[in-house]
Design a protein around this ligand. Structure first.
Ligand SMILES: Cc1cc2nc3c(=O)[nH]c(=O)nc-3n(C[C@H](O)[C@H](O)[C@H](O)COP(=O)(O)OP(=O)(O)OC[C@H]3O[C@@H](n4cnc5c(N)ncnc54)[C@H](O)[C@@H]3O)c2cc1C
Length: 407
């Protein structure tokens, strides 16, 4: 089998699927190739996790028609309390410092998956190859040759542009000679749902401990999504220990300010890593989402950063009609647009982990001081708030469109 497309998107996970939906009104003929069946339990992008969406991600989802489909399962974050274990440093961020209804939203990844998939499977300019795996990409001056395997049979496609959104899960970047700076953190994140005896009223907590950060994100009335970073051995033990043992350890680490923890859901472990590419565009190929940058989940930024890739790539590809989407000037423009934001988030999240898990007295004092200073200085707080909400710097046209049509 064979076929010709303008754009092939490799990976129909959170970022690839969002990219496909963003291009729904374009004249491009698009193919999405996804390795796992859309509702499969093994789908790695849409699993047991919840993610914190920034306000700017909500705007992008609003613009591409996804927000109305996930709204019922999106829990607003109204305040965030940032604290440091065993010390005085703390800061709070709240909607009273903004003109929005929420700083962000907590949404199950499965809800995002089913909303995006229901949209793009009915998209008239899109062909879905699923389950199918992209095995090779060969780039040429005028087009790319892409080979997929579906049910053990090869399919040969031609396209003007390949968008790689495979989460860094395949060796396609190696094939293209693109190098990544990678590191593995000596920690894992335990992710689960925790119930308390106290309504949270939309408050999220980020608590830094010497082992790593612990985030509680508000869900239903008194439930939280917990993401707790710990060294690998400790995380393994807490994954399999008794429910009472788990709750006791959590309560003694976090304290009682969110109430007494009671119920605990299924505990899942995620290894944590960091990765940044030397380039996010080569001949007729552009790389977005986790394929381009993996960041520590400490500040809930990974997918939000990927969705900003989607916003700016959509803007670049739709700026003009009748353009060749693989044109090198277009891809260079996109690349320049994303450079600063990507580096900033990558360095910020990695820096947070280094500073907040350091044993050094000077760094411990500095982080206490930093949290207190942020709390006292309105300018510093506003800046942190903008970054937390994803509205620092220029917004993509999709985000602006989402704001315009916000209900
Ligand atoms: C514990 C944890 C908590 C997190 N919390 C947050 C949060 O609160 N907020 C936030 O913004 N981010 C968060 N993140 C980050 C977020 O989950 C990722 O940034 C996001 O999932 C990346 O999506 P992606 O589509 O780029 O990659 P993936 O989710 O990895 O999806 C890649 C897709 O490509 C497919 N694929 C791979 N190779 C091929 C191939 N060769 N052919 C075809 N298909 C292929 C895969 O099957 C998959 O569907 C968190 C991450 C972790 C680990």
């Amino acid at each position: 089998m064979s076929g010709n497309f303008d754009i092939i998107i490799v990976g129909g996970g959170m970022v690839g699927a969002s990219m496909a939906c963003a291009l729904q009104d374009s004249d491009y003929k698009i193919a999405v190739v996804e390795a796992f069946k859309l509702n499969s339990d093994h789908q790695p992008s849409f699993d047991e996790r919840t993610v914190a969406l920034t306000y700017s991600s909500k705007l992008i989802f609003n613009a591409i028609g996804t927000w109305s489909k996930i709204r019922a399962e999106a829990y607003p974050i109204l305040n965030i309390e940032v604290t440091n274990q065993n010390s005085f440093g703390f800061t709070t961020l709240g909607i009273h410092d903004t003109d929005t209804q929420a700083l962000g939203y907590v949404v199950p990844t499965r809800a995002i998956g089913s909303a995006l998939h229901s949209q793009f499977t009915s998209q008239s300019n899109l062909d879905l190859f699923c389950p199918a795996t992209v095995e090779s990409i060969q780039t040429h001056k005028t087009h790319c040759d892409v080979v997929l395997i579906r049910e053990q049979n090869p399919i040969y496609l031609k396209t003007k542009l390949v968008i790689i959104a495979d989460g860094g899960r395949s060796n396609l970047l190696n094939q293209l000679g693109i190098r990544a700076r990678k590191k593995t953190y000596p920690q894992s994140a335990i992710v689960t749902i925790i119930g308390t005896d106290c309504p949270h009223r939309g408050k999220a907590y980020e608590h830094f401990t010497d082992d790593g950060p612990l985030a509680l994100l508000p869900l239903r009335t008194s439930d939280f999504a917990l993401a707790w970073t710990l060294d690998k051995d400790q995380a393994e033990k807490l994954k399999i220990c008794s429910k009472t043992g788990f709750i006791d350890k959590l309560q003694s680490t976090f304290g009682k300010r969110a109430g007494m923890f009671g119920s605990v859901g299924q505990r899942n472990l995620y290894p944590l890593s960091h990765s940044l590419l030397n380039t996010n565009a080569v001949q007729r190929t552009v790389i977005i989402g986790n394929a381009a940058h993996i960041v520590h989940p400490v500040a809930g930024q990974g997918f939000n950063l990927g969705l900003r890739d989607v916003g700016f790539l959509h803007e670049t590809l739709t700026a003009d009609v009748n353009v060749d989407p693989g044109d090198s000037r277009l891809l260079s423009t996109y690349s320049r647009m994303r450079e600063h934001d990507t580096k900033r988030v990558s360095q910020f999240t990695d820096g947070l982990i280094n500073i907040f898990t350091s044993e050094m007295f000077a760094l411990k004092s500095a982080r206490n001081m930093a949290l207190s200073v942020i709390n006292l200085l309105p300018g510093a707080k506003r800046s942190l708030l903008k970054r937390t909400m994803g509205i620092h710097g220029r917004q993509s046209k999709l985000a602006l469109l989402g704001k315009y049509s916000e209900s």
